[in-house]
Design a protein around this ligand. Structure first.
Ligand SMILES: [Zn+2]
Ligand SMILES: [Zn+2]
Length: 393
């Protein structure tokens, strides 16, 4: 019996109600040993650029056959698992699936694609989304293995240097107590600062809290950020978990997730790359329209306000037009300031650039902000209602 099988069995004993899902997870972890996935990983010779995950922009020559086989295998296991929701996936087996699109969506953690596909086929959207999310995992684990030496040793971002996902948990290792983040998708690992929120970059210890759950013991804590309300499960251990165990370790510590949830903290979903700066800036522009409306209504002289709004509007409008890539947004803002045409307003512009960058980073981790964006960034002001509270930095 392999270490994976033992791990799955152990979890099944502790949580018998999870057995249907564990069967699917076991399937995907076994598949990860299939050499076919490694052969699909493009070779890399150039060193990693700062802030850019290795997978970003990689050209994949995807073979449809193994992906289709894997999808059928996973759906088959899910259908046989005995839960009514998973049983609704049956029609997916008979459908002509666009497996390349499914794989791409799984790679980018685009749950919407899976949900829409499920709806069309009459399958349960959540069950299909959960299974579809796993489809890219064997490939991602292979990327992490093959690109081990291409990874930048000085990577200190909050997201995975290989695939760009948020960490599943952190490990504080050995007598040196060095801190590492672990990726729940590709199982990658990267060193992390102590006192650092991976989601919004917060480093102020007053804004970071350590929660020790009653039953967790001293080796498992929740490190939470009061600003963005994100959290990271943190385990003290001698060594890092083997790659194939990361998904199981994440599942096994679900008690910590529940405890964090009860305290009002959330684990951001999706990929760190999902939001483009231009989308966030568009939303901030819409919010600005609202506050300008409010300002006009107050009808008193607020020249400094008006100047500040003008500076912000200019910055946001340019960002929307330029549409910089997420990893290049900071550089774009610096460039914007370097070429700023009105020297006397450089101070407000620089403060505004920092504020916009903070909002963009914060937007990654706030589900509410995401929903607000997806709804076209409605502004309560424009509807002449009481302004809705929205977190800002
Ligand atoms: Zn990763
Ligand atoms: Zn944070």
């Amino acid at each position: 019996m392999t270490a994976i099988d033992t791990g799955v069995q152990d979890l099944g004993r502790r949580h018998p109600e999870w057995k249907p899902w564990l069967a699917v997870v076991q399937e995907i972890l076994r598949e990860a040993a299939n050499p076919i996935w490694e052969a699909l990983v493009p070779a890399r010779t150039e060193p990693q650029q700062s802030k850019v995950p290795l997978l970003a922009g990689a050209r994949l020559a995807l073979e449809v056959r193994p992906v289709r086989q894997l999808v059928e295998q996973l759906i088959g296991t899910a259908c046989r698992s005995g839960t009514p929701k998973m049983a609704t996936l049956e029609p997916v087996l008979k459908a002509e699936l666009d497996v390349a699109a499914l794989f791409r969506a799984s790679l980018c953690q685009d749950g919407k694609h899976a949900k829409e596909t499920a709806t069309v086929l009459g399958a349960d959207p959540e069950a299909f989304e959960a299974v579809a999310a796993l489809v890219a995992v064997p490939f991602l684990l292979a990327c992490n293995r093959r690109w081990a030496s291409a990874k930048s040793v000085s990577w200190m971002e909050g997201y995975c240097p290989v695939c760009g996902a948020w960490p599943a948990f952190a490990e504080v290792r050995g007598i040196e107590r060095s801190r590492y983040f672990r990726c729940g998708r590709c199982s990658g690992e990267w060193q992390a600062h102590c006192l650092f929120c991976p989601y919004c970059g917060m480093t102020d210890h007053n804004e970071l809290a350590s929660l020790v759950p009653e039953k967790g013991g001293a080796t498992s804590v929740i490190e939470a950020c009061k600003r963005c309300l994100g959290y990271v499960k943190t385990f003290t251990k001698l060594q890092g978990s083997p790659a194939a165990r990361v998904i199981l370790d994440d599942l096994a510590s679900v008690d910590l997730d529940v405890a964090a949830f009860e305290q009002g903290y959330r684990r951001p979903q999706g990929s760190s790359e999902a939001l483009r700066p231009a989308d966030v800036c568009k939303a901030l522009l819409a919010a600005l329209e609202g506050s300008e409306g409010r300002r006009r209504k107050r009808k008193r002289d607020q020249t400094p306000d008006a100047i500040g709004l003008g500076v912000k509007r200019d910055l946001l409008e340019r960002a929307v037009v330029a549409d910089p890539n997420p990893e290049a947004f900071e550089e774009w803002l610096l460039n914007y300031l370097r070429t700023y045409a009105t020297p006397e307003l450089w101070g407000p512009a620089s403060a505004m650039a920092r504020a916009v960058f903070d909002e963009w980073r914060l937007a990654h981790s706030l589900e509410e902000f995401r929903i607000w964006l997806e709804n076209g960034a409605p502004s309560d002001d424009t509807k002449d209602e009481k302004p809705r509270e929205r977190p800002s930095s």
